[in-house]
Design a protein around this ligand. Sequence first.
Ligand SMILES: [Ca+2]
Ligand SMILES: [Ca+2]
Ligand SMILES: [Ca+2]
Length: 473
Amino acid sequence: MHKVVRWSTVISLSMIFCLTVLEAGVLAKKKRKRRNSQTTVAQRSTPSSPVILIPTSPANDNSVFVGNSDSAKSAGKKTTNRIKSISDTPNVTATAGQLLISEFRVRGPSGANDEFIEIYNNSGADHTVAAVDASSGYGVAASDGTARCVIPNGTVIPNRGHYLCVNSVAYSLASYPAGNGTTATGDATYTTDIPDNAGIAIFNNSTGGGSFSLANRIDAVGSTSEANTVYKEGPGYPALTPFSIDYSFYRDNCGKSGSITTFGLCTINTPKDTDNNAVDFVFVDTNGTSAGAGQRLGAPGPENLSAPIQRVASFQLDSLDPCVGSASPPNRVRDFTSDPANNSTFGTLDIRKTVTNFTGGNVTRLRWRIIDITTFPAPSGIADLRPRTSNAVVVTVDRAPCGSGTSNVTVQGTTLEQPPSQPNGGGFNSSYSSGTVTLATPLANGATLDLRFLLGIQQTGSFKFYVTVDALP
Ligand SMILES: [Ca+2]
Ligand SMILES: [Ca+2]
Ligand SMILES: [Ca+2]
């Protein structure tokens, strides 16, 4: 039903690339020392209105990205030097907003039981689960008042880490990549269907009954058709027509509520919780289906305890070739070859970057999450981009000191992570893996990786593309 693929018009491309606050400096003062990039951010001219269209070459590079030099480096040092406390403090029960339902669905291609509920640690520190009462942990319940999962007392959810609760009757995303040799299997499972559009909440206890109350609620999400206000925040997300599609609702982690047409930097890079489900959650599916809660191409990305963790502050993303602008080859390459079979009717946009690890230690797993993009169904004048898998290429670059000779470097490809199958290409909330970073071949602290992000173009126009980085030591 609802086919996504509609190739339209022509215009060209321009872009915004992103991650946190990053590469902003590159735009305004690309040849200045990295040290200055952070301060440049505020001064740089952001495309709050659609960028000027240029017919043949993508100009107006507003690439933003992850990590910034000084902050990244200092973050790495702090990590290295931190002395762990040896005092034995009691675990403290999570309060409202410290854990979030960060992504979920209550139906999928395998039917009504193809469900998952992802919990995110938003507390700013590792969290050890400790029920407020004598019960066994935190209950994750649907609005029928029945717990589907309990996160057991003593479970440690790392800062910015996740816990995944799945319906084992029909959950279909267990093979989505997670950590090293692990996939997105449930940390806990259940077998009782959650009705379409029913609310879900996490409580500070698993006692249930009257203990599943507003006062004991840590977070909730429900639709406009959910009657029990304990199980939603605000009026609720727009109720869905229950199609069995590969969809999810995930929390906005850019600050634009999933808008395809809003340009400018992302204002956040972690899940948003304003206690208003209608603006905090973004609906995506792999066909760009209109199901009642907004329409945008994208993919579910369930994350469990083993999944890599967002480390934007500990990486720096620079242009592959620092001696030319980030919108110019070899940093950005526009290929006009039409390739409809690969969602590239108007060719491709190839973005090349150099990432530096400032985590303070080895990185053994690296992936990139798309938090903002122009994609289907973009209106005329705005690019419809389709993230796709790429292979390694050898590229000639100039590097500091500029003008004193070139060298050839291998730019590693990135893999669009599946399942779910993304025959139309990736979109919002899809992820790319840097497959050369592994346990056997880690990226050392201070080391760099040259990599590329390949985007098919189904409609030309102004564009934006922002990612965050997830990593494991
Ligand atoms: Ca269901
Ligand atoms: Ca909340
Ligand atoms: Ca997720």
